[in-house]
Design a protein around this ligand. Structure first.
Ligand code: ADP
Ligand code: MG
Length: 362
């Protein structure tokens, strides 16, 4: 079990804002980052010690990259399995290939969550239009059809309001292997970010509450306004999932606060992300160790830091597309922590930056 030394280099697959914030968190700990991404001009390249521009299918480039770093991690879950297997044989890959395999596929992920005894939306696998029709019969409408792989920010999903929409919905997702999910009636969306170290220690951040707009995260506030018993439940289920995956790093667990017919609140697991997560950006200013620092510490094989908050509460708002033009006003606002990701081009729906505000900070 390799533990890194100060001056060592962590390889990161993917060059977006998550990799950028990981590299920024590695620097104070004396660790370097080497970013591997398939196209040039990435936000993370601007702040990392080294970068490689090559495809995830380029075995020679992957081998050179693995030879230049002491541990490897990633900022996205769609790392091709072949690349993950090759890299894992050459350097410690943290989190490991199992975490990737489970979370890359919504069906595998849901089955894994069930096997751990936790609740998910009701679901059926869909390989054909006939499966979809049978699934709609069983789960009823409305229901959501989601591709098993490559979905994010609501992409690869269709809401089905009536059985008559089945054919169009299946066509809309390109007749790809999918799952059909029954709708969960929830009052809030929550997430729990947990760090797990190489020796199995875990540390949870405060549970946070997420609001989406147009399927993209808009605002996260922490701590979530939920009963203490639910906080304990959320922490337990996150630790259970992380341990079952033999996980090293930060794991994000998206939850629904659902209400059964008899009115009792219940946590239902929506999805997992084997990486740092947009709903944890507030931890940079609000916690003693941020999600990025925790992930770097875990990947390095170092002890975890303290995830406790330094303030009463925090909120983070994403700057999507043109919203980034508000930056001069945000910069002038006392106490607002502005983050701009260094993306050259503003596009609708693109995450350009975020702003965090603390309440009763000290
Ligand atoms: N089964 C469900 N019941 C109710 N709402 C859902 C369900 N699945 C997804 N949603 C809504 O759609 C959003 C995006 O779905 P999610 O599975 O998290 O995909 P993505 O990968 O796009 O984040 C969720 O945050 C939630 O608001
Ligand atoms: Mg989601």
């Amino acid at each position: 079990m390799t533990r890194l030394s100060p001056g060592d280099t962590i390889g990161i697959l993917g060059g977006g804002q998550l990799a950028r914030m990981l590299a920024l968190a590695a620097a104070p700990l004396g660790l370097r980052c080497h970013i591997y991404a398939p196209e040039g001009d990435n936000p993370a390249f601007q702040v990392a010690a080294a970068h490689t521009v090559a495809a995830y299918e380029d075995a020679a480039a992957l081998a050179r990259f693995a030879g230049a770093v002491q541990a490897i991690t990633y900022e996205f879950e769609n790392v091709p399995a072949a690349a993950a297997a090759q890299l894992a044989a050459l350097a410690p890959l943290r989190p490991g290939a199992t975490a990737l395999a489970v979370t890359q596929d919504r069906l595998t992920e849901k089955r894994f969550i069930h096997a751990e005894g936790l609740a998910t939306a009701p679901f059926v696998p869909v390989e054909s239009l006939a499966d979809l029709r049978a699934g709609l019969d069983r789960l009823g409408v409305p229901a959501i059809l989601k591709t098993r792989r490559f979905g994010y920010d609501g992409k690869g999903q269709v809401l089905i309001g009536s059985a008559a929409e089945a054919e169009a919905a299946f066509a809309a997702i390109g007749a790809a292997p999918a799952i059909l999910e029954g709708m969960v009636r929830f009052s809030r969306e929550l997430s729990v970010l947990i760090a797990r170290g190489l020796d199995g220690e875990t540390a949870c951040f405060a549970i946070c509450e997420n609001e989406h707009r147009h399927h993209i995260l808009h605002r996260t506030t922490a701590p979530a306004r939920i009963q203490p018993a639910l906080v304990t439940d959320a922490e337990r289920l996150a630790a259970r999932l992380a341990t079952a995956l033999d996980y090293v790093g930060v794991l994000a667990v998206e939850l629904f606060l659902a209400h059964a017919d008899h009115g009792e609140a219940e946590l239902v697991v929506n999805e997992l992300a084997p990486r740092v997560h947009n709903s944890g950006h507030w931890t940079i200013e609000a916690c003693h160790s941020s999600q990025f620092e925790q992930h770097i510490r875990a990947v390095a094989g170092w002890p975890l830091g303290n995830p406790a908050m330094r303030c009463a509460s925090a909120s983070m708002i994403n700057l999507i597309g043109d919203e980034v033009s508000q930056w001069p006003a945000l910069l002038a606002e006392p106490g607002a922590a502005l983050h701009l990701y260094g993306k050259a081009e503003t596009r609708p729906g693109r995450k350009m930056g975020h702003v965090t505000r603390l309440q009763n900070g000290h």
